[in-house]
Design a protein around this ligand. Structure first.
Ligand code: ADP
Ligand code: MG
Length: 248
């Protein structure tokens, strides 16, 4: 269905080195409007660095282009990228502990919301809490939240400005199987509401459940792209995860 949809995000030959380490090495990929695109790969493969390059936080590519919604964004400020409708979450549950649930949403809607004078919209904040099913008193402090609820809040903060594209960095990390299932349902609902997503995930069942297509990064390079069942049985991918000889 999304095969004919327009490309929403394209990375073209994007590279980033740290000293002699090529963390992201000429990566190209296309994400179509409406799809859930998975990104997997061993630790240190360059997945989070790629997200950093796509969002300008906190680094930019050494070379290559990032095109979002038809415009090159690799030289735009992170704030303008967010305003254009590209939001992300971080690998650690980045919420402001000392602020309440609602204050976290207000801060987030002030950053990267649409329009010039950005005023937090209470209706949108409540809508975001509903989507992630984070109930309870919205004025309670964030530091008392369980891990899954911190993840819900982080995702709600990203959704509050109604982004076109949401990048999620290892959303299932640290969750037990029951909470992983809850997260899969939650992300499925968000995808169903029309938000395009790129999900970095080690928990491959999450990608199998949600991703229409996925890519695997290894040592900064994309080594496979396609539907999850094919990619995950690709000998190159098995070897990258389990070491030489594992695929035989
Ligand atoms: P992944 O998310 O796939 O586990 P990362 O993108 O975090 O991998 O890291 C890719 C490689 O780049 C790793 O070797 C990591 O140590 C290195 N790296 C990431 N960020 C920096 C940085 N700011 N400075 C130096 N090296 C970095
Ligand atoms: Mg990472």
């Amino acid at each position: 269905m999304t095969g004919d949809a327009p490309v929403l995000l394209a990375a073209r030959e994007v590279s980033k080195s740290f000293g002699s380490l090529k963390a992201v090495d000429r990566v190209s990929l296309e994400v179509r409007r409406g799809e859930v695109f998975g990104l997997a790969g061993p630790n240190g493969a360059g997945k989070s660095t790629l997200f950093n390059l796509l969002t300008g936080i906190p680094i930019r590519p050494d070379s290559g282009e990032v095109v979002f919604d038809g415009r090159e964004i690799q030289n735009r400020s992170p704030r303008l990228i967010a305003k254009a409708g590209l939001k992300r979450t971080f690998q650690t549950e980045a919420v402001f502990d000392s602020l309440s649930v609602m204050e976290n949403l207000r801060v987030s809607s002030a950053y990267g919301g649409a329009g010039r004078a950005v005023r937090p919209d209470p209706a949108r904040c409540r809508e975001a809490l509903d989507v992630v099913e984070l109930g309870g008193d919205p004025e309670r402090p964030a530091d008392g939240l369980s891990l899954i609820d911190r993840k819900r809040l982080m995702i709600a903060c990203a959704l509050v400005s109604r982004p076109a594209l949401l990048l999620l960095d290892e959303p299932a990390a640290g969750l037990d199987p029951a909470d992983q299932d809850a997260l899969i349902r939650l992300l499925g609902r968000i995808a169903g509401s029309g938000v395009t997503m790129v999900i970095i995930e080690h928990v491959l069942s999450v990608l199998e459940a949600l991703a229409g297509r996925m890519a695997v990064l290894d040592s900064g390079r994309i080594i496979a792209t396609g539907v999850p069942a094919e990619v995950l049985s690709d000998p190159k991918v098995v070897e990258a995860y389990l070491g030489p000889g594992a695929a035989r």
